[in-house]
Design a protein around this ligand. Structure first.
Ligand SMILES: [Ca+2]
Ligand SMILES: [Ca+2]
Length: 126
């Protein structure tokens, strides 16, 4: 992106909590998302949030889209389930204890369309 932004990468528990907090505080006010009540996994329109982690180049080897190292993980138990599931989202399907845990999902699945979050680095003086 022109502004140097990427899908958000997460490198610490603190950063994870920041992303969750921002997601939870903003998600009910994002317009134009269709309710998807018919699909039990996404009962609520904002029950998921895409982040910049993926393993589309090599299954099982996750990378951040911004190129930063994978030095923190916050998977839901049993995830990543692998295979064709190459994108990663925070999930609010589960109880409070697991809210915000990571799950890999198939990229571009229409029934899993949802919001994403980006991160922009501070401007560098060069
Ligand atoms: Ca995969
Ligand atoms: Ca999965």
């Amino acid at each position: 992106m022109d502004e140097g932004g990427h899908l958000v990468s997460i490198h610490s528990q603190e950063e994870q909590e920041f992303v969750e907090k921002y997601w939870f505080s903003s998600r009910d006010y994002v317009p134009n998302l269709v309710r998807m009540d018919y699909y039990s996994l996404v009962r609520k329109p904002f029950s998921l949030l895409y982040i910049g982690l993926h393993d589309s180049d090599h299954d099982g080897r996750f990378e951040w889209t911004d190129g930063s190292p994978v030095d923190f993980e916050h998977w839901l138990e049993g995830e990543p389930s692998g295979g064709y599931e190459d994108s990663v989202m925070l999930w609010d399907r589960h109880n409070n204890r697991n809210r915000g845990r990571w799950n890999d999902v198939i990229s571009m699945t229409p029934r899993l369309y949802g919001p994403f979050m980006c991160k922009i680095s501070p401007l560098k003086s060069e």
